[in-house]
Design a protein. Structure first.
Length: 137
């Protein structure tokens, strides 16, 4: 695995509870994101996180007790949900799914954005991603 310090610019969780580092709320700040080391391992569904890039990352928090043996990270660690399925590259207000498996957004109702074309990756906007994230039960 590789670990990157990520700067949080916005949180689109529901309920709108702040992200925490340990027990300290970090509404906007820096967190450690772990990912497959794509330079060392060829793994389907894994793509590298590039320092300096803008992304929407749907991530799961692992408390220190949840990642025994990873000694290079103390405290909480965040892992993209579903590997690259939880990664969207951002360009302006446009978000493009990393994974070709992602075909649409679903918020418990009708699709909130059209499906990806057969030849391309799913593209939506930041507002649609926020709407889906904030409509979760």
């Amino acid at each position: 695995m590789v670990f990157h310090e990520a700067t949080i610019e916005a949180i689109i969780l529901h309920p709108p509870t702040p992200v925490t580092r340990g027990t300290t709320p970090v509404p906007l700040g820096k967190l450690i994101v772990g990912n497959v080391d794509t330079d060392a391992v060829d793994m389907e569904g894994a793509s590298p996180l590039t320092p300096g890039s803008y992304m929407v990352v749907y991530a799961e928090k692992l408390a220190e007790a949840d990642h025994p043996g990873i000694e290079s990270v103390s405290g909480d660690l965040w892992i993209p949900i579903g590997g690259e399925q939880g990664l969207f590259d951002v360009d302006g207000s446009t978000a493009t799914a990393r994974s070709s498996i992602v075909k649409s957004l679903y918020a418990g109702g009708p699709e909130s954005s059209g499906p990806a074309s057969r030849s391309g990756k799913f593209v939506t906007d930041i507002e649609a991603l926020k709407e889906v994230a904030q409509s979760r039960p």
